[in-house]
Design a protein. Structure first.
Length: 277
């Protein structure tokens, strides 16, 4: 006698997971997400009362959410109406960069590693950090490179310095106001605004940035900015190597390789101009 078949389940595995996830939902965080989606549907913006009525959220709750979103730059108020905030442009660019740029960068990183025999990496700006999104490892057993997903401080990483020099140049004082205490990772790390400004000017002059044992002892890195079709810095590409191989004498040579790779990737992104910054 055959065993009776298992009774058919009325819910799918996905719905069970979704139902379980509902227990961990933060209602007002979800409401904030719903509001952002609503704001994205119109270029004219919404009044608080309109948002509350459309999404069936209490007006007082809506007002508190909008105040928070505005404070964080996710929304802004223009003539009594709320619209999407400027920070979302940066987040959107970062999301695109993390997918499209990474795919376009892989063959460029491979060629850069083949030309230098060292580890190549790609990073995108992520708020006040540099986010590593792709790495092409060196054939050497001794490697010195962060892995994809790593967030590095701007002031002491080569890709971060490229962002400071070519993307955040006008915002240095804002990023590092008086009294800011920066992490001193090694004895070589520059931690004052005056030191950072000097480093930024040197970077802009030569076109590539240098991490000279400032993030990790015994590790030297160079990087250069990658431009999108609109002429704005979208990423930075660089190489990382142990100082025993990447000596000071090789900095100009490595810098030239990185600049060439950055120009190639910029062209793939539709940029055909010259860095005017």
């Amino acid at each position: 006698m055959k065993p009776a078949p298992f009774p058919a389940k009325s819910t799918s595995a996905a719905s069970v997971v979704d139902a379980g996830a509902e227990r961990y939902v933060i209602p007002n965080l979800r409401n904030a997400c719903r509001i952002l989606k609503l704001l994205g549907r119109s270029t004219e913006g919404y009044k608080v009362a309109d948002i509350a009525r459309e999404l069936k959220i209490p007006v007082t709750t809506t007002l508190r959410i909008m105040s928070t979103l505005t404070l964080e730059g996710l929304a802004r108020k223009v003539e009594g109406r709320f619209e999407l905030g400027p920070i979302l442009i940066q987040l959107g660019n970062a999301a695109l960069a993390g997918t499209e740029i990474r795919e376009l960068a892989q063959p460029v990183l491979l060629r850069l590693t083949q030309a230098t025999d060292e580890t190549a990496h790609l990073a995108i700006p992520c708020d006040d950090r540099s986010l590593i999104v792709a790495v092409q490892d060196s054939p050497h057993p001794l490697r010195a490179a962060s892995r994809p997903g790593f967030l590095a401080e701007l002031h002491c990483s080569s890709t971060g310095k490229s962002f400071l020099s070519f993307l955040h140049y006008e915002r240095l004082a804002e990023l590092y106001p008086a009294g800011t205490k920066l992490t001193k990772r090694t004895p070589h790390t520059r931690t004052t605004l005056a030191e950072i400004r000097r480093e930024v000017e040197a970077t802009r002059k030569r076109g590539y940035s240098l991490d000279d044992e400032e993030f990790n002892p015994g590790v030297r890195c160079v990087a250069a900015p990658v431009y999108a079709s609109d002429g704005k810095v979208a990423a930075a590409i660089g190489i990382t190597a142990a100082t025993v191989r990447f000596t000071r004498e090789r900095i100009p040579e490595m810098g030239a390789h990185v600049l060439a790779a950055a120009r190639e990737l910029s062209e793939h992104l539709g940029y055909h101009g010259h860095e005017s910054s």
